[in-house]
Design a protein around this ligand. Sequence first.
Ligand code: KG4
Ligand code: ZN
Length: 366
Amino acid sequence: MTDTPTVPHLVLGLETSCDETAAAVVRLAAGQVEVLSSVVGSQIAEHAPYGGVVPEIAARAHVESIEAIAGRALRDAGVGYDELTGVAATAGPGLVGGVMVGLSFGKAVALARGLPLVAVNHLEGHAVSARLGAELPYPFLLLLVSGGHCQLLAVDGVGACRRLGSTIDDAAGEAFDKIAKSLGLPYPGGPALEALAEGRDPDRFPLPRMLLGRKDCDFSFSGLKTAAARLAEGLSDEADRRDLAAAVQTAIARQLAEKSDRAMHAYAIEHHGRGLRFVVAGGVAANRTVRKKLEETASARGFSFAAPPLAYCTDNAAMIALAGAERLALGLTDPLDAAARPRWPLDAAAAAASPTHVAGRKGAKA
Ligand code: KG4
Ligand code: ZN
């Protein structure tokens, strides 16, 4: 990891891009990462009646809780504002009303305390999240799977990502959420569907395999979603619903593994078979069937496998603080007029050449 041994960074991270208000304090010293605190205030109860995240409700809830949650993160860490060396806030992509809340709060802290500000790309946060649990040097191949994103990226270093593949319709987490809804499960659907599928037969319901003939690393979940919703309509028996949940989970895991396998093959050639590391991050990385299938795929291709600790798979501020600290270590900071960005692809060049994003729960994907 790139860091100056003598300069420890103590960073307050803020995350408000979707339905979690989160703050954390992370220390980065001599390449060692220490999470001193991580507080996540979930808004699930506020959005549950609507079956998904309502942007206006999210933004208002962030305003109401950001100060208290940041205060708690500092208290839990035993750190005062005056001991911080920087503030890192998510500046996009995400629901822009919410992003503005955390970013503005971060700017206020930076201004009041004379601290450097880092405007962090939420996806860069997910990209470094596995480094919160274990030492993981750059470069690595990353599968980023969450409710808003589904991409394969070659991560060469801090902020240096190349996109190898992306979804052409829904993100994997979005597919979990929507299919869960058609099975009558509450939001967020992914964890609920995993619980329903526990110990069931994944082979009873045949589901379509998407984009099998294509040679690229792109994903598609819309056909699976439609087929599963149609099957779910006719089911009243609990055992049937549970088997369908297992079939869906396995189908999603299989597609993630197939496309990751393709990307690993290309990545291994590019890297001459050396230093092969595969990382999965994002909310869907919390799914045990997905993790297991990806771990097997990585092992078969000669890649090491890493995934964040479960608490850092879904949205959190520790990953934002770490992404900020890594940038601070390189002297990369942002001005106080840094903009909140609803869209912000990690690999701007690939996104411009092939804009695979579509409208969805969080609007356009990066
Ligand atoms: O990373 P995240 O918290 O937010 C985004 O940046 O999108 O990911 C949330 C997504 C949701 O779609 C949720 O259903 C999914 O991750 N998820 C899961 C599991 N835990 C969270 N999907 C499948 N299995 C899980 N255990
Ligand atoms: Zn996320």
